[in-house]
Write a protein that binds this ligand. Structure first.
Ligand code: SF4
Length: 322
């Protein structure tokens, strides 16, 4: 285990549009420890998916650094060393749109293996069989099926098999269960956990589903309008959320057990509208919705910092935990 597996330093991604500049990710820093799952949670527009896409190299950052195992990879995937490209993979929310519907499963995975330099047909078929077995799809039943004939869970398992074909070390999971029914969701979560254990994988798990984030993640970062507002060990975050935005998210999770009910924070209702990422509010970006807002919040931007000295629980709020 090393603290230096992935370091994100002052990362920004701005998109220039006809309506103005969207500050999708705006100066965030965090690290990912090898072998862990770091959850990224937040509402739509919080910047969590953009963060994942930057890590994979779908686009280059506006500024800031992505350091992977000591190597600066703050570029698009094409500009990164081939080995690094293979080591960092992504699984998207909607496998139907990322898998060619009219190609055989065998050919979809084979094209990845060929990109890695495999040429021998027998060797390729053997490898595809093993990959399909590893995601609980019997090769004899799936090798010659096409995505258009398969269900959501099967498609996501194939997308995972394809991601595994390059022997990755880090996988960005971008809402991988959001399009699935509850039973299939549970199967995919269990599959991801098993594969992680077997292959010693590191995950960045992006989701708006807090219950799934809790099951999957060792630590969770909460994002709001391009910023990380709270970051803590998963259990600590759920038992002691400190940022009003985190409390607001948690208080909307359905309660299933008495234990959940005890842990649930008091209902924190947001006021006002979600501001635009083109012109985020000054000071604390959450101040237009925060029920605890003070004058200082409107003027001074809170810094993400430990709650106490040496604490692993970080929060960006003028009032929380102080
Ligand atoms: Fe609310 Fe102020 Fe904390 Fe922002 S800094 S979350 S406005 S109390």
């Amino acid at each position: 285990m090393t603290q230096e597996f992935l370091k994100i330093i002052n990362l920004k991604k701005y998109f220039h549009t006809n309506y103005g500049t969207v500050k999708a990710v705006d100066d965030i820093s965090f690290n990912v420890v090898e072998g862990e799952t770091l959850g990224l949670v937040g509402e739509s527009g919080s910047g969590k998916s953009t963060t994942g896409h930057l890590v994979v190299g779908m686009y280059a950052p506006t500024s800031g650094k992505i350091i992977y195992r000591g190597l600066d990879i703050s570029f698009t995937a094409d500009e990164r060393p081939k080995g690094v490209r293979h080591e960092i993979q992504i699984v998207f929310q909607d496998p139907a749109s990322s898998l060619n519907p009219s190609k055989y499963v065998k050919d979809i995975i084979a094209s990845q293996l060929k990109l890695r330099g495999m040429r021998d047909d027998y060797e390729i078929e053997e490898r595809i069989s093993k990959l399909l077995e590893s995601v609980d799809l019997p090769p004899e039943n799936y090798m010659y099926r096409k995505p258009r004939d398969l269900g959501g869970g099967e498609l996501q398992a194939i997308a995972i098999a394809r991601a595994l074909s390059t022997d990755p070390k880090l996988i960005v999971l971008d809402e991988p269960t959001s399009a699935l029914d509850v039973i299939t969701q549970a199967k995919i979560v269990n599959l991801l956990l098993r594969i992680q254990e077997e292959r010693k994988l590191t995950y960045i798990f992006i989701t708006h589903d807090l219950a799934v984030a809790k099951n999957m993640s060792r630590r969770i970062a909460v994002m709001y309008l391009g910023k990380i507002v709270e970051l803590a060990q998963s259990e600590e975050l759920f038992s002691n959320p400190l940022h009003p935005y985190t409390m607001m998210l948690f208080s909307s999770i359905p309660v299933l057990t008495e234990e959940d009910r005890k842990l649930r924070p008091k209902k924190v209702r947001s006021v006002g509208e979600i501001p635009s990422a083109i012109s985020p509010p000054p000071g604390c970006r959450f101040h237009t919705r925060c029920p605890f807002v003070k004058d200082v919040c409107k003027e001074k931007e809170p810094v993400l910092e430990p709650v106490n000295t040496d604490s692993l629980h970080l929060v960006a709020c003028h009032l929380a935990g102080r």
